[in-house]
Ligand binder design. Structure first.
Ligand code: SAH
Length: 238
């Protein structure tokens, strides 16, 4: 029996945005091959009343609207089936920042359910009641969770077996060893007066590996000193 493919279910008010860019290039080819599966579901199907309302005004007053917990709860319950152990993510600027370590864990599991917020966000109660893991893609505010969902799913899918042409290219990249990546060069050997560093064209593989390591450390020290000495593993939940 072939194992079920890694699968992403997205709960959104804009299912027509998907697969979108995930339907192209490496992720799109893998989707067409059945290496992974994607399903975008309309939260509004669980909306209230004739107008299928999904949001309401914030308790306590203030600007904007809040996604209702009963609507989102029903949308999540409609996805849940007894054997479905996929983690449920809520894209949220308040969440734990998404890291390559967490992406790797998610890619190694059965898939993910992703809830995309809109408006001011979602009623707090549904987060606890449905065990949603709040995940942020950075310290800025997007207009909705869909773009963040694209980011999380893209990062996972490229790690699935057989998606990237050369499996090894995943292991040397930025973050994988706790460092940012070393600089890359390709032909032409000289361009606008700038040459490829001699060491890379000298054929001494030991020296090349050392140079790359040193460059990776230098760049990380300069740009992201917070990563120096950071451990590769990280806690998945608070
Ligand atoms: N009022 C909220 C922001 C709401 S933005 C606040 O101040 O925290 C609307 C939706 O976009 C959010 O519910 C979330 O799903 C998504 N979103 C916005 N910024 C995000 C980020 N940095 N990472 C992940 N999701 C984000």
């Amino acid at each position: 029996m072939t194992p079920a493919p890694w699968s992403a279910t997205i709960l959104t008010l804009y299912p027509e945005m998907f697969p979108g860019l995930l339907g192209m290039s490496l992720s799109g080819d893998a989707l067409a091959r059945g290496t992974w599966a994607l399903e975008a579901r309309q939260i509004r199907e669980h909306g209230i009343g004739r107008h299928r309302a999904v949001d309401d005004t914030p308790a306590g007053g203030g600007a904007g609207m809040v996604l209702r917990c009963d609507v989102l709860g029903a949308a999540i319950d409609a996805v849940a089936s007894p054997g479905d152990t996929r983690p449920r993510l809520l894209m949220s600027p308040r969440g734990r920042p998404l890291t390559q370590a967490r992406v790797r864990e998610l890619a190694e599991g059965p898939g993910i359910v992703v809830v995309c917020g809109r408006f001011e966000g979602v009623d707090e109660r549904v987060i606890a009641a449905r065990g949603l893991e709040e995940v942020s893609i950075g310290d800025y505010i997007l207009s909705g969770g869909e773009v963040a969902a694209f980011v999380a799913i893209d990062a996972c899918v490229r790690l699935l077996p057989g998606v990237m042409g050369k499996a090894v290219s995943g292991d040397e990249e930025s973050f994988e060893g706790g460092l940012l990546e070393y600089p890359h060069y390709t032909r032409p050997r000289e361009w606008e007066g700038r040459a490829i560093p001699d060491i890379l064209t000298g054929g001494n593989h030991g020296a090349i590996a050392r140079w790359r390591r040193e460059e990776a450390e230098r760049i990380t020290r300069e740009r992201r000193p917070d990563l120096m000495g950071a451990s590769k593993s990280h806690p998945t939940k608070a």
